[in-house]
Design a binder for this molecule. Structure first.
Ligand code: SAH
Length: 395
């Protein structure tokens, strides 16, 4: 069954066979006539040998997103359904489908569904398509999820950077059923409040789930500073599950802090103070004042989203980590995260090396963690290994 075809340059054929799901425009030798924007295409060698099948996007640098390397698989409804079922089965196996919980059901390339994110918050789903080809198929995905999970409502959220890169418009809103403004979900026994429509990402940083509990284990009885706290995920877990002594939690988003304060008061917590501030100047002020803490959590926003920003991002990571280390008492715990996929684990380790050198402190890395397992890393696609969370003791 010869489909519409995109011919790949000879020297790029091995990359396609290595199953990275992106075919960049620079890898394309020729697009056969008749191939239209959004079409399913076969990616072939110049001799016509089948390599993979995907969806063509004439507007994006990622010219074809690949979904199968098996010529017999068609990208039809059954195919998408099987991929989604395979993804949902993993979350079931992880024990992540408890009715009141939240998890990522589909993690784009991590689940061989390049360009689709689906998050579950209790009985509500949020779709966040980052590829034009899959944004076009949202009604199919809605039907499939209705069949397999029976959600009460499905919301669609736009990722503005991805929509711009892929050249598509996406109306946000409810695709099916009803979705409340704020949803309560339970994680590690804590009833978090999530703003699905206006919150960051799809409302909650689901990728930090296991790291919050891991960090809490080290923070018992300690005075903690939680920088970039968002709705308080790390702080609330440290207070409730880790029995931290006192916590100062900082973020620049007043809306996120408002939700954090509500959850804190729901749980009768009196030892967390949520503070609206910019982190860099606050850190400089605290260092100047000689303030000390027994634990610092650092979970900054992505400092590098493009290759050209890596050097600058490394400097920013060095800066915040250096000041954070300066605030730590000897024996203090540093939980340091980076969600910049462009910054590798080795480079992040190098940042900590530089910080230890500069401050004269000893940094022992106790755990090198990544995203929770509902964000599986696709070995063919290193970009899926984006989150680093290092738990360290600083002497
Ligand atoms: N640790 C959080 C997630 C942090 S995401 C959790 O577990 O849920 C990064 C956070 O940094 C966002 O909440 C964002 O509002 C905040 N932020 C971004 N720039 C900031 C700045 N300059 N100062 C303070 N907070 C900032």
């Amino acid at each position: 069954m010869a489909g519409k075809r995109v011919i790949i340059k000879d020297d790029r054929v091995p990359a396609v066979l290595r199953r990275h799901p992106w075919v960049l425009s620079s890898s394309v030798m020729m697009v056969e006539s008749g191939v239209g924007h959004g079409d399913v295409v076969d990616v072939v060698t110049k001799d016509g040998q089948f390599l993979a099948r995907g969806i063509y996007n004439k507007k994006s640098r990622i010219r074809v997103r690949l979904y199968t390397w098996d010529e017999n698989e068609l990208l039809d409804r059954d195919f998408w359904r099987a991929r989604i079922v395979r993804a949902v089965e993993l979350r079931e196996q992880l024990g992540y489908l408890d009715p009141e919980g939240a998890c990522r059901l589909v993690f784009s390339e991590g689940d061989a569904l390049s360009g689709l994110i689906v998050d579950r918050y209790g009985p509500y789903l949020v779709f966040q398509p980052t590829a034009f080809g899959l944004a076009e198929r949202l009604s199919t995905f809605t039907e499939i999820f209705k069949e397999i999970l029976g959600p009460k409502g499905i919301l669609v959220r736009k990722d503005p950077a991805a929509s711009a890169a892929e050249g598509f418009e996406l109306p946000e809103g409810v695709l099916f059923g009803e979705v409340p403004e704020v949803v309560t979900i339970v994680e590690h026994g804590i009833r978090h409040r999530v703003d699905l429509r206006k919150g960051q990402k799809t409302g909650f940083y689901l990728d930090q789930r296991e790291n919050r509990l891991a960090a809490a284990r080290y923070l018992a009885g300690r005075r903690i500073l939680d920088l970039y706290c968002y709705t308080g995920g790390f702080s609330l877990t440290a207070a409730i599950r880790g029995q931290a002594r006192s916590i100062e939690a900082v973020d620049s988003s007043d809306r996120a802090l408002q939700l954090a304060r509500e959850v804190s008061s729901d749980h009768g917590i009196a030892n967390i103070v949520f503070l609206e501030a910019e982190v860099f100047p606050l850190l400089e002020k605290y260092v100047a004042e000689g303030r000390k803490f027994e634990g610092v959590i650092l979970d900054p926003p992505r400092f590098a989203s493009r290759r050209g920003q890596i050097a600058q991002a490394l400097r920013a990571y060095h800066f915040v980590n250096r000041l954070a280390v300066s605030l730590l008492e000897p024996g203090g715990i540093l939980v340091s995260c980076s969600c910049s996929g462009r910054v590798s684990r080795a480079e992040f380790m190098q940042v900590l090396f530089g910080v230890a050198e500069k401050t004269g402190r000893t940094i022992q890395v106790l755990e090198q963690r990544g995203a929770a397992p509902d964000h599986p890393v696709n070995v063919f696609c290193p970009e899926t290994d984006y989150l680093k969370c290092f738990i360290c003791r600083v002497i």
